[in-house]
Design a protein around this ligand. Structure first.
Ligand SMILES: Cc1cc2nc3c(=O)[nH]c(=O)nc-3n(C[C@H](O)[C@H](O)[C@H](O)COP(=O)(O)OP(=O)(O)OC[C@H]3O[C@@H](n4cnc5c(N)ncnc54)[C@H](O)[C@@H]3O)c2cc1C
Length: 301
């Protein structure tokens, strides 16, 4: 069978794309490995109608709703490779076998690379956080840290005092400039220049951080901005151009999610530097609608 569209990645972006396509009665195959980026958090926040729900519960419900459409099919597994053929694309599956479609939507997300500080990984999504809008409210009014790991970390730090008293850790690498220091003073942010070498307490709880000179600073949570990279090589295999965002590369798309390769759309975290479930879902809607409208145009000669 040749599908109208294969959507790779079945989280906020991919399922939103597939839902539009299924409702447009397109034969859509959703291939998903089942590892959404926010799976490390107990709850997702700020996603309308689902605030505070476990991410996997949101995914289960969305999948259940998608399966009600007779032209939608879900394949649980990994798409290993993608190539263009004369009238569409072939996706090779990690489990063996291939699937063909006229068009592709890539919604494969990004992978996070946390700073190499002992104690970070086991607290990721609980007390080591990337986004105060997503998880700041839950740790409000406690002492908080921002562990700098790229040039935008000072910007992140300026936001955090609205959730709790904040210390900015330069890690000896990301010294605030004069404008940053002025903003820090206005926001009451302390600056600590001795690097954090370890996170302390019984994970996933955080009691504080140990500095290289042995001092301990009590904190209830820290924010950091991990480097990101595409979670899947499919876009690169197809020759899609990428752009460089503040945390890492992402697939270049236009406002409708069209990549630089004809017949391929991309949506969600993999196609934007702004990482948020609602934005990913909106990107998926645009990509799904775009892929459907391209199939309509293809019938008009
Ligand atoms: C710890 C943490 C907590 C967060 N909390 C929030 C929050 O509270 N609110 C909020 O708005 N945002 C939050 N975010 C951001 C949010 O998780 C992302 O913006 C959102 O998940 C992006 O959705 P997506 O569909 O683009 O990608 P993802 O959710 O990452 O999903 C990608 C999907 O594609 C699949 N996939 C990847 N490659 C392949 C392949 N080759 N074959 C098959 N399947 C594949 C993956 O398994 C996964 O299911 C959080 C992020 C993190 C890291």
């Amino acid at each position: 069978m040749v599908y109208d569209v294969i959507v790779v990645g079945g989280s906020f972006a991919g399922m939103s794309a597939a839902l539009q396509l299924a409702r447009a009665r397109q034969h859509v195959l959703l291939i998903d490995a089942g590892l959404p980026r926010n799976r490390f958090a107990d709850a997702a926040h700020g996603f309308l109608g689902h605030d505070g729900r476990p991410p996997m519960a949101i995914m289960r419900e969305a999948r259940h709703q998608l399966q009600r459409y007779p032209t939608a099919e879900i394949l649980v597994g990994e798409a290993k490779n993608a190539s263009a053929i004369e009238d569409g694309f072939v996706i090779g599956l990690a489990s063996g076998g291939k699937r063909r479609a006229r068009r592709l939507v890539l919604a494969t997300g990004v992978a996070d690379e946390l700073p190499a500080i002992p104690g970070m990984r086991e607290r990721w999504g609980a007390t080591v956080l990337h986004c105060p809008y997503c998880h700041g409210y839950e740790i409000r009014d406690h002492p908080l840290g921002v562990i700098a790991n790229h040039a935008m970390s000072a910007h992140q730090a300026v936001l955090v005092p609205d959730w709790g008293p904040t210390t900015y850790f330069t890690q000896g690498q990301f010294e605030p400039d004069i404008a940053d220091l002025r903003a820090f003073a206005a926001r009451g942010i302390a600056v600590e220049r001795t690097p954090v070498v370890e996170l302390l307490g019984e994970a996933p709880a955080l009691d504080g951080v140990r500095l290289a000179d042995g001092r301990i600073i009590e904190l209830a949570a820290v924010f950091t901005a991990p480097r990101t990279r595409p979670a899947s090589p499919l876009a690169s295999q197809l020759g899609c151009a990428h752009e460089e965002g503040s945390t890492g590369p992402y697939v270049k798309v236009d406002q409708g999610g069209v990549t630089t390769v004809s017949g391929v759309w991309a949506a969600g975290d993999t196609a934007t530097p702004m990482h948020n479930a609602t934005l990913a879902s909106a990107g998926g809607v645009l990509a799904g609608v775009g892929a459907h409208q391209a199939s309509v145009r293809a019938t008009i000669v």
